[in-house]
Design a protein around this ligand. Structure first.
Ligand SMILES: [Zn+2]
Length: 89
């Protein structure tokens, strides 16, 4: 069935961007996705659970990371990396 409603596509879902401060997370930095609850680990580089959309670096320190949950497609803006870095020289 072909759809001729090319102009009816304005109902695109705006992804919700959640801000998350890593300094408020207990433990090793893992956190649940605010939307679907899947566990996201900043050290996970497989991109199975999430993918990195944007990286903001200040000097040599990571300042902000925008990721997208692969399960629910919501975007999460991570801040507070500087606090983590002081733990990990
Ligand atoms: Zn999610």
């Amino acid at each position: 069935m072909k759809s001729a409603q090319r102009w009816g596509e304005d109902k695109v879902k705006q992804p919700l961007v959640c801000k998350l401060d890593l300094t408020k997370i207990q433990g090793n930095g893992d956190f649940p996705c605010p939307n679907c609850g899947v566990t996201i680990s900043p050290e996970d580089e497989t991109e199975v659970v999430y993918q990195i959309l944007e990286t903001k670096v200040k000097g040599e320190a990571l300042e902000e990371l925008v990721i997208q949950c692969n399960k629910c497609a919501s975007q999460i803006c991570l801040t507070g990396f500087s606090a983590l870095n002081t733990d990990n020289p």
